[in-house]
Design a protein around this ligand. Sequence first.
Ligand SMILES: Nc1ncnc2c1ncn2[C@@H]1O[C@H](COP(=O)(O)OP(=O)(O)OP(=O)(O)O)[C@@H](O)[C@H]1O
Length: 400
Amino acid sequence: MASCPLLVIYNPVCGDSTAEAFFNEHIFPRLEEAHLQVVQKIATGAAGHAGTIVSEFIEKYEGDVTVILGSGDGTLHEIINALSLELLKGTREKVASSSVRLVLVPCGTANALYCSLFKPDSMHEGPAYKLKSLEAFIGDSNVVPLTLAITTISSPQSTQQSCHKVAISAVVTSTALHASILHDSESLRKEMPGIERFKVAAWNNITRWYSSQVKLLPTPSAGVVEIYDPDQKTFVTRDDDDHGIVDVIGPFAYFLSTVNVDRLEPAFRITPLVSEFVPAEVSLDIVMVRPHRDPTFVTDTTGARQAFAEKATAVLTAAYQDGNHINLKYADDGKITTEGTGPTVVEYIRCGGWEWIPDDIDEKAQLLCSDGAIFSIEKGGKAVCRAAAPADGPRFVVYV
Ligand SMILES: Nc1ncnc2c1ncn2[C@@H]1O[C@H](COP(=O)(O)OP(=O)(O)OP(=O)(O)O)[C@@H](O)[C@H]1O
């Protein structure tokens, strides 16, 4: 596949703004050494530019293309969304029949997809770690297809044809605390170019709860919603059945789903079972925290939210300890433990999708994050997210 037309793109402002230097020092010399011809090399000039570059490139060269992408997850998100939108509009016919063969060079802040595909080790700060996907491409190694999570955000007036927005994620789709963190952390980017800005934003939002009606949707083939049981160390089917759909009552402290990734930062393994129990069919993994599962919860007050912050912090801290948050339970006195038979602090779900209808008066519950891009659900509107492997349309595969 080294014969596909080769496009090189990097985002000069992602992460700590060193993508251009890294490409000049490592990527271009390595491509030359391997005698690989680049058809076009280009730095993104603005937000949204990466999507335009790739769709124009496909239109010009037809068929499958290889894209070496120096960025974080957000720039990849822009490419996937731009191509999928072209397909919906029918403006670029060739997009539909093409595969985009991605060579990822992690130059962003979190690089969730890259860190999930190439597990970070003690050398992960060095150049060799960042060149793994490039070396896989040069060695004509395997590719893995990306599952996508397609979210439709509709307003109260939306009809089937109109008034909705579509966001497509290759990494994370979230509401609640994670969406608030991504919403707030963007304004901290200049002063904190690294992942510490996510921690600051988390701390600023840790006492917030989010009100929403939620449904968990079954997987397309098996038609089930599964929940992880840490005692049996396996997923079990939820059987409170309404055609496989499970209603969930809030409030929520945390609600996040991922596809393709077991982590959102090198050490933040929020959906560890993506790599431990590889999904058998197209699905997404959800992590949710509902404070009323705490046996000491009585009623929703400011004091209760402040007290629960300690438990939400324990969940996030355990996610940094190799994804151990999925084993946390409540003791009878509400203390968090990994022993006993109490309710789990985290509910870890594998299913086909979810629906989120935020409470009208809860403004922060209206935020939705798709791979770092933030959307607002209108009052009276809703978001429906479904896992999908696009049979029709551009396919995205990554060299690993
Ligand atoms: N030339 C540019 N000037 C300003 N913004 C740009 C430019 N090129 C791309 N962008 C924007 O930069 C943003 C950040 O890029 P990206 O998400 O890839 O990196 P990151 O946020 O540092 O990493 P990650 O998503 O892995 O945390 C994207 O939302 C993209 O729209």
